[in-house]
Design a protein around this ligand. Sequence first.
Ligand SMILES: O=P(O)(O)O[C@H]1O[C@H](CO)[C@@H](O)[C@H]1O
Ligand SMILES: O=c1cc[nH]c(=O)[nH]1
Length: 234
Amino acid sequence: MTIHIGAAPGDIAETVLMPGDPRRAKWAAENFLQNATCINDVRGMSGFTGTWQGHRVTIQGSGMGMPSLSIYANELIRDYGAKTLIRIGSCGGMQDHVGLRDIVIAMTSTTLSTPSRGFFRELNFAPCADFGLLERAVAAARGHGVTTHVGGIYSSDVFYDERQDLNDQMVRHGILAVEMEAAELYTVAARFGARALAVLTVSDHLPTGAALSSDERESSFGEMVEIALEAAFA
Ligand SMILES: O=P(O)(O)O[C@H]1O[C@H](CO)[C@@H](O)[C@H]1O
Ligand SMILES: O=c1cc[nH]c(=O)[nH]1
């Protein structure tokens, strides 16, 4: 057990999918894993371990924002031996061509700050995805026939962002989408020699204000889970 994860040693698989929403962890475990059991419910941040095509997988909620994700990523890697961590999250499309339900696979993520910022002092560390996971996720997404974008994203500290000028610079520099966790996931994984990737589904589109309904979110999110699982074990 750790401070934030109640799982016993050995209860957590080496491959962990990490949605922000603990209810998405439960939904994904029920729909995509065999023999899934709940291995964590500390603070209601549910985690489940089961198998997918014979491979052991844990799906553990990360909470929203980089400080929360950082706690879970640190404990999963350092205390439970997780080696592959794939975020399965929602995001806001920032470019006109990044539409609702599209998949975004993050090569790298720009931030103002992460919980790791203090380590680097004057250095601007460039968080980046594991290339092997990334290329397998792209192949899996193509196999699903879903519109997929691969490139840079923005991990923001705020959901209700009043700095339109910052968003404008992101758009100008080709950033595909905004979410709130990937940069810290990539940074923590790099620090401890783990592999990380973020596979995201566009749940809303910033240029137009279009957004998926909750029903549409559930049906679209299935492809993201399958892409992440295929990338982990291809
Ligand atoms: O859908 P999840 O994985 O939570 O991801 C996105 O949704 C939350 C904001 O609503 C943030 O956590 C953001 O990164
Ligand atoms: O962080 C997020 C997630 C989804 N949509 C957004 O606009 N931001």
